[in-house]
Design a protein around this ligand. Sequence first.
Ligand SMILES: [Zn+2]
Ligand SMILES: [Zn+2]
Length: 205
Amino acid sequence: MKPLNLFLCVASILFGLNGIGWAQKKEVVALQPLGKFEPQLLQQITEGITARYRVEVVTLGKKPMPQEAFYAPRNRYRAEKILTFLDHVPERSFSKIIGLTTDDISTTKGPYPDWGVMGFGLLQQRPCVVSTFRLGGKKVSNRLFLERLVKIVNHELGHTFGLDHCPQVGCYMEDVKGKVKTVDNWNGELCAGCRKNPLLKGIVK
Ligand SMILES: [Zn+2]
Ligand SMILES: [Zn+2]
């Protein structure tokens, strides 16, 4: 074997092994508390995520809400601008980042130029954002509030892994359609169809 061929052969074996290593490596999900988000919720969110996804969850230091995302006419923040902010968070040792806020967030949806949402995430992107503003707060039990929060976090995370909205009633990838009742109706798990999505291979529990 010529030296060059030998080199290419060794290089391809090494590259192949490396490829296997990447495939087995756990995705790292970063929680990014923004503004007044309560740090004591981070542990429960971590447990909620790892109950559904085979990922490692890390917590980043709190940051102020990005003022460039503030939408003065409605006194709330534009979700897509928060995603841009999160995409520029300098720590790169994670594959996903979830912004967590108590402020109301909004986006443009159909005929509505500024539609309030509980969370926002785009397919196969690194960042997503979740807001507690529409989850009932002190008006509902702590258990229900947490349940809603974890479901929305797992829903937005699902989008970042590539899952689109699911027609199966009760699956947490079902479209919320602006109603917290939809969230309460989710059973907290992915349906069989979503679980089979090849994009979730090695990630779904
Ligand atoms: Zn969604
Ligand atoms: Zn589903």
